[in-house]
Write a protein that binds this ligand. Sequence first.
Ligand SMILES: C[S@@+](CC[C@H](N)C(=O)[O-])C[C@H]1O[C@@H](n2cnc3c(N)ncnc32)[C@H](O)[C@@H]1O
Ligand code: SF4
Ligand code: SF4
Length: 280
Amino acid sequence: MVFKERPPRDKGVIADDRLMELHLYPGNQCNQDCSFCTVFGSPKGWYREYTQEHLDAALRTVMLNEQGAIKFYGGEPTLDFENVIWAIAYLRQQGYAGAIVIYSNGIQADRLLQILASDPLSKTTASLNYSIATGDGAPQMPQKALERLKTHEMEHPDSIAIGHPDVVDSGRGVEPFTGEATRPKANSRCPHCYPVLTTEGKFHACPFAIENQSAHFQLGDTDSDAAEIAQNFQAFFEWLDTVHEPFAIAHNLPACTVCWKHLDQLPLPNFDRLVRATAD
Ligand SMILES: C[S@@+](CC[C@H](N)C(=O)[O-])C[C@H]1O[C@@H](n2cnc3c(N)ncnc32)[C@H](O)[C@@H]1O
Ligand code: SF4
Ligand code: SF4
């Protein structure tokens, strides 16, 4: 395989109230409808474009130096590639110097490559959907698109990676998945992802559970200050380790199944700690 998996980076890193990574989500509209899709992607999904207000909130929350990473996902980012290209230009104009990653199914290969080429710092890379790149668990992307992306990766090494083969029980999840039986599916430990800012203006604790509106995931909105988002994210991580994981182990459940089906049995993370500390 020409495309390589990226090694994982440190989890939960925060400095001066800024997160090391942030996902951006404009809705689940997609040109595919993968059976396992964690966000319920489909052509009938919702979509709202990136705006200055939305990106300004991202710029207040994520590390702006080389350590930072902003990850565009969806839905399918190539559907409105002009808005993504505008968003990258805006982030760079405002001084964002970190990495940018585009999660894409790669079917619109030319548009994806235009997005990568648009970054004036040449630090925008792509991560492909494992199933659509390989044809294991979803229809494979057209050979012409695959060849274009492979050629680009060979000419620009490490510009296009491939996502993890794991399928988690979130959204449409593992039950409808039709790929290789050996692909990893169950783990009682949450992967501890970085949070998401949606174009509806909400900070949500988990990119896999983004369409789950439970209060357990609500970290704030574009009016919240960065310290509140950072503290609520820390509170969510503490909750994962002290409440969520013990429940998953005690009931022998995969981690994402707990979030998807059992949150009504779990207390909320300690989100109001900042409010109480300020009042003291
Ligand atoms: C939700 S998609 C959005 C971006 C783009 N449409 C794509 O497919 O890459 C982002 C990533 O989530 C992965 N994904 C979707 N459903 C998943 C699941 N149930 N478990 C694990 N990963 C999943 C996809 O394979 C893809 O790599
Ligand atoms: S995994 Fe990606 S390509 Fe597949 S339906 Fe979901 S958003 Fe679309
Ligand atoms: S366990 Fe919950 S928080 Fe962790 S990845 Fe799964 S859905 Fe997200």
